[in-house]
Design a protein around this ligand. Structure first.
Ligand code: ZN
Ligand code: ZN
Length: 439
């Protein structure tokens, strides 16, 4: 009899860690960092975990036998399958025994290896020595008694997958994080169709978006960006996640349409360079006329930063300052010291293109951001679309897949979910952390 145990992603957004056991085969679906649980105890960098025992003590790292590199016993896990590269699904592979193979999409492996190069290793982020094995949509990966079929989905990072998992006592569908309103909704359609055809016994689905849901699409985001860039007489500044390639493309296209150039960070340039080796992703070219790379003034540059400087045309603060009308500058809050030299012209503006602050620490950072914008006279726009499926589509998808059981995870409104879905034919089970469920 196959069983399921949820070690993370229960009553929290992210931190997914799901153990699937079938006879003597054990695989894990995702192994992410539980950001909100961690924030309940720590305030990085002032109060940080010192070692893995601190994390185990507080339940931030679950007690699972034969998983961790610091655990002297032999490995009891046959494989880990990552749905995508977001840290809330992948970061804690840092702690895995190095002999456990980590299966993921090609793009996920590229992103994680790139992060590994551009971040200094730390307790909770260290991919040194991990064995990545890559898959593509439609592959069937056999691990002992279990077979996993990854299928692409649309999400806010390229290379995201859902899984159909065949066990000796039934079929499981795991959605990972997904949506139907990004730039590739057909990928999610594919996943939902294949999942329906598989007549699964169990669906484990994300349930992030249940309150303050906005109805929008990546296409609409681009229209709004275009509206703002067209009407701005000074510099346009923008903040978006480095690995949100759809968003980068939206900014790039709207900059181009308005005869401006998109200026990206060294980090974005480096990632874009690595991802451009994959012909399946249609990405802006680093040698394009409309793309520039921003070099901040620093005493010393890391090796990867020096490499990134040779990947395209470089600009510094002075040049940006003198050509403000021609540029859309991607800059995070941590680049704001540059504003003294850039001196945004009258009529410049700032576009926040990531999620709104949803916890206390983000709220504090947001207040700081507003102070800077106040100082430089920059109105702030919020143009964003979520990486997660809206509840109406989720309901439709679950009705069409029609499994025997549904386990909602990756959300903080399980009760709302179960009442909203109470008329679907499937039995809805709100999982408890670390409890074993039979298929
Ligand atoms: Zn997530
Ligand atoms: Zn995600």
């Amino acid at each position: 009899m196959a069983t399921l145990t949820f070690y993370g992603g229960v009553n929290e957004v992210g931190g997914n860690k799901i153990l699937v056991k079938d006879k003597d085969t054990r695989i894990l679906l995702d192994f992410g960092m539980p950001f909100s649980l961690r924030d309940q105890y720590y305030s990085i960098p002032f109060l940080s975990p010192r070692n893995e025992r601190d994390l185990l003590e507080l339940g931030i790292l679950p007690h699972i036998k034969g998983v961790y590199k610091f655990d002297s016993g032999e490995s009891m896990i046959d494989a880990v399958f990552l749905s995508h590269s977001h840290m809330d699904h992948s970061a804690y592979i840092s702690f895995l025994k190095r002999e456990i193979p980590v299966y993921c999409g090609e793009t996920t492996a590229t992103i994680l290896k790139t992060y590994s190069k551009i971040h200094l290793p730390s307790l909770e982020f260290n991919f040194e020595g991990l064995k990545f094995k890559t898959f593509r949509t439609g592959d069937h990966i056999k691990v002992g008694n279990i077979e996993v079929e990854p299928i692409h989905v649309d999400h806010s990072v390229p290379g995201s997958y859902g899984f159909i998992i065949y066990t000796s006592s039934g079929t499981i569908v795991y959605t990972g994080d997904f949506r139907r309103h990004g730039s590739r909704p057909e990928l999610t359609e594919d996943f939902i169709n294949k999942s329906s055809e598989a007549h699964p016994d169990v669906v484990i689905c994300e349930s992030t978006n249940m309150t303050s849901v906005e109805v929008s699409s990546e296409h609409e985001v681009m229209k709004k960006l275009n509206y703002i860039i067209q009407r701005t007489s000074g510099l346009v500044m923008a903040n978006f996640a480095s690995a949100d390639i759809d968003r980068l493309r939206s900014f790039y296209e709207s900059a181009r349409m308005n005869n401006r150039k998109l200026v990206i960070t060294l980090r974005q340039a480096y990632l874009l360079h690595e991802l451009s080796k994959d012909p399946h992703l249609s990405l802006p070219k680093l040698d394009s006329e409309s793309l520039l790379i921003f070099r901040k003034e620093k005493k010393r540059y890391f090796q990867w930063e020096k490499e990134a400087m040779n990947m395209g045309r470089i600009v510094n603060s002075r040049e940006i300052s003198s050509r403000q009308k021609e540029m859309v500058l991607a800059c995070s809050f941590y680049d704001f010291n540059e504003l003294r030299e850039i001196k945004p012209d009258a009529g410049s503006c700032y576009i926040l293109s990531s999620s709104e602050p949803f916890n206390e620490e983000m709220e504090i950072d947001f207040n700081r951001l507003i102070n800077w914008l106040e100082h430089y006279g920059l109105p702030q726009f919020h143009i964003h679309v979520s990486g997660h499926i809206n509840p109406l589509y989720l309901r439709e998808s679950l009705q069409s897949i029609n499994p025997k059981k549904i386990f909602p995870i990756h959300g903080v409104h399980p009760k709302l979910f179960s009442v909203f879905m109470r008329d679907v034919k499937s039995k809805i089970i709100l999982p408890e952390k670390e409890k074993k469920y039979r298929m």
